[in-house]
Ligand binder design. Structure first.
Ligand SMILES: *Cc1c(COP(=O)(O)O)cnc(C)c1O
Length: 349
């Protein structure tokens, strides 16, 4: 598959580094390497930059003048889409779902929500439970009725075109591992709308690289998330006419043990993983996605499934801007004066 043959715009800073995390590895008990997709540029980084390279390339190719998408109030995908549209001089309409009243005003106005407004996106907020995908089509009709040329990007940018971004990321990881003489035993990442997981799985398969990918569900139950990944993988393989045997039986692996109470709901294990990564490596995870994914990695290392001499590549998909929307979820830190930090020092001494 020749990625050069697809329309794209270069929005992100890729390739991103693949970095060894010695202090975190020592604490967790397995060798952790982080693929720094939190450093993709495009308005504070994250995995959506890679998808948007191809999605916005397609939008321009089709002559669109308005980009529409949707997500949670603190969606990183929405923030990076608003940024990409600003950069390309396109109008941007975003539909957001109001939720998590307990997180207070910061959730509604800070973090990604603030950035959407700074980028000049037209923001429409809907009550919890609204079918945003349906609203998106209605909004696109409005644009068309007024003579505009809409381009609709689904939630998370996860469709076959967006998936190209992570097919490319898999190729980057394979090349970097080869240059570092690194054997990769497992790739771990946060899985939401599934484009990242599908791109990685298809990308490694296309490289002929036998790299197991574990997608950590951040909201859906095991069965639902597996189905989401399989459905998008099938439509992507179909869309790009990939070999029909590209996926084998074990290609899709999902861990749904860290969902907690659901999408966007913090968990204790997420808090511990987030604080540990920050205090050992100054690596900023986020409460919705990467904190839960790192919690899963830690669980598998502690259970012995990931062994001490295994090399685990954690794909850091970004999300730190969301931290500022979640201030209320970190209130406990002021009641616990640096106890975790002391523990960390003790254990590594
Ligand atoms: C969107 C997002 C994910 C999930 O990626 P999908 O391709 O939707 O599965 C993971 N991490 C962060 C920070 C995200 O914003």
């Amino acid at each position: 598959m020749n990625l050069e043959s697809f329309p794209r715009v270069r929005l992100g800073h890729t390739s991103t580094p693949l970095e060894a995390m010695a202090r975190l590895s020592r604490q967790v008990g397995t060798n952790i390497y982080v693929k720094r997709d939190d450093c993709t540029g495009l308005a504070l980084g994250g995995n959506k930059a890679r998808k948007l390279d191809f999605l916005l390339g397609d939008a321009l190719h089709r002559g669109a003048d308005t980009v529409l998408t949707c997500g949670a109030m603190q969606s990183n995908h929405v923030r990076q889409t608003a940024a990409a549209a600003a950069r390309l001089g396109l109008r941007c309409i975003v539909l957001l779902e109001q939720k998590f009243a307990a997180l207070g005003e910061a959730y509604r106005v800070s973090g990604n929500a603030l950035l959407n407004r700074i980028f000049g996106a037209s923001v429409q907020v809907f009550p919890e439970g609204t079918d945003l995908a349906a609203q998106l089509l209605t909004a696109a009709e409005h644009v068309r009725a007024k003579g505009g040329r809409p381009y609709v990007i689904p939630v998370g940018g996860s469709n076959p075109v967006g998936t190209l971004g992570y097919i490319e990321c898999a190729a980057e990881i394979v090349a970097q591992a080869r240059a570092m003489r690194l054997r990769i035993d497992h790739v771990v990442h946060a899985s939401g709308s599934a484009g990242t997981q599908v791109g990685l799985v298809l990308g490694f398969a296309l490289q002929g690289a036998n790299v197991p990918v574990l997608g950590v569900s951040v909201g859906a139950s095991l069965g639902v998330q597996e189905q989401k990944v399989r459905t998008l993988a099938a439509s992507t393989a179909d869309w790009f006419a990939l070999p029909s045997d590209i996926l084998h039986a074990g290609s899709v692996e999902v861990d749904a043990a860290h969902v907690g109470s659901g999408y966007g709901h913090p968990t204790q294990a997420m808090h511990e993983a987030l604080v540990l990564a920050a205090r050992t490596e100054a690596l900023l995870l986020d409460p919705v996605y990467t904190g839960k994914a790192m919690a899963a990695l830690i669980t598998h290392a502690r259970s012995g499934r990931f062994r001490r001499d295994d090399n685990i590549v954690f794909v850091h998909t970004g999300g730190a801007p969301g931290l500022f929307g979640y201030v209320a979820a970190f209130d406990y830190l002021s009641a616990e004066p640096s106890s975790s930090l002391d523990q960390t020092k003790e254990r590594s001494a």
